[in-house]
Design a protein around this ligand. Structure first.
Ligand code: AMP
Length: 371
């Protein structure tokens, strides 16, 4: 993989309030970034292909165009003093074009490219000394069968690109089923992963500033339903050694990518306390929403601070939080949640509730228990 192109933001002074931060993507993460940016006196400019994205209604500027639309990228670059992204499937070419126009982009093209391809991601992780499950790449049905034979069934076959929330993956129980699974995933390049024999899924949200300082939030313990995050409990009960391991992993990744901004790192905790990285998200992350009500500086403000060249804020917990995603119709229970004194409600303003769609979340807050 080619090295990261030099980021022109590296030597700039901190962005003063009143500046504009461009965001590729206008979903709920963009919306919460925009709200955090506003609190620090920044405006945001959103570029999103949809005409009425959740972030659009809280943004100073909304550009409606495809992510790789050259005129829209030029407009975004002209409006913004720094550009960031809120989801990792924006075309890498769009970010490269912005950089070629002289725009400052954080976290940068390399982090995006690594996170977009599961094989490149695991290769990068192993290269910086971070453990993952054993894996193999396959571009053809025959290669997929060979990879299953090599790794030993069962294996999890995933599309290399464009997978999210458990979509684009299936278990292969026998080498003889590999070709059919390959076809069912669309006959696109895949990764085959050995099963992680995990006891828990954890995540760590971390940030790196332009000057290389790193700040790490406490661990979150995550529970999924049908591939979608349902709950995060944070700070997670964990051995001090586990926390230290997770912090080291986050630091290796952030430094390895010369990263600027917030990153989400999904972890498998094994029986012996070892941690494997499942995947990285080069952006603010659903498993970090608890920080909005559990920390003095949440992941959204932290990301804004980092990309604006400000110093990072504190990351210790000031409360125990259960974050619950509100999916589909569940957000209609807002009136019930609003009367719960321990509940902080965060709704995304999405117009249409589809089954499983993330419509909002709530943070149930309790005093911090000593650990
Ligand atoms: P992903 O889309 O890679 O985040 O995977 C979605 C979910 O599938 C994870 O949160 C895990 O619960 C599960 N999963 C992913 N990869 C593996 C693996 N190699 N072994 C076991 N479970 C996995």
């Amino acid at each position: 993989m080619s090295p990261a192109p030099p980021n022109p933001a590296a030597h700039l002074p901190p962005l003063p309030p009143g500046s504009t931060i461009g965001i590729l993507g206008g979903g709920q993460l963009g919306r919460m970034l925009a709200l955090a940016a506003a609190r620090l006196g920044f405006d945001v400019a959103i570029l999103d292909p949809h005409p009425d994205p959740p972030a659009g209604r809280v943004a100073a500027h909304l550009l409606t165009a495809a992510y790789d639309d050259p005129a829209a990228l030029k407009a975004l670059a002209d409006l913004s003093q720094v550009v960031t992204f809120e989801f990792e499937n924006v075309p890498a070419a769009a970010v490269e074009r912005l950089i070629a126009m002289g725009a400052s982009v954080a976290p940068g093209a390399r982090a995006l490219a690594v996170a977009q391809d599961r094989v490149d991601e695991k290769t990068f992780l192993n290269g910086v000394g971070v453990r993952t499950v054993a894996f193999a790449a396959a571009d053809t049905p025959d290669a997929a069968s060979e990879a299953v034979a090599q790794l030993g069934a069962p294996v999890l076959m995933k599309t290399r690109r464009d997978g999210y929330d458990g979509k684009g993956q299936r278990w292969v129980e026998h080498a003889g089923d590999a070709a059919a699974a390959f076809a069912a995933l669309g006959a696109v390049p895949v990764i085959l992963e050995a099963p992680a024999d995990f006891v828990r899924e954890l995540s760590i949200i971390a940030a790196r500033s332009r000057d290389g300082a790193i700040a790490v939030y406490p661990l979150g313990e995550n529970h999924h339903e049908q591939g979608v995050l349902r709950r995060t409990l944070a700070p997670a009960q964990a051995q001090a050694a586990t926390r230290t391991r997770a912090e080291r992993i986050a630091a290796q990744i952030l430094s390895g990518l010369d990263y600027v901004g917030v990153i989400g790192v999904e972890l498998f905790e094994l029986k012996d306390g070892e941690l494997l990285v499942n995947e990285i998200a080069p952006r603010v992350h659903n498993t970090g929403h608890w920080t909005q009500d559990g920390c003095e500086v949440d992941q959204f403000e932290q990301h804004v601070r980092a990309v604006a060249g400000w110093p990072l804020g504190p990351t210790h917990a000031i409360a125990q939080v259960e974050m619950l995603n509100l999916l589909g119709d569940e957000a209609q229970g807002w009136a019930r949640y609003a009367v719960e004194p321990e509940t902080r409600l965060h709704l995304y303003g999405k117009r249409e509730a589809k089954p499983g769609r993330k419509m909002g979340h709530l943070n149930r807050v309790k005093p911090l228990t000593s650990r």
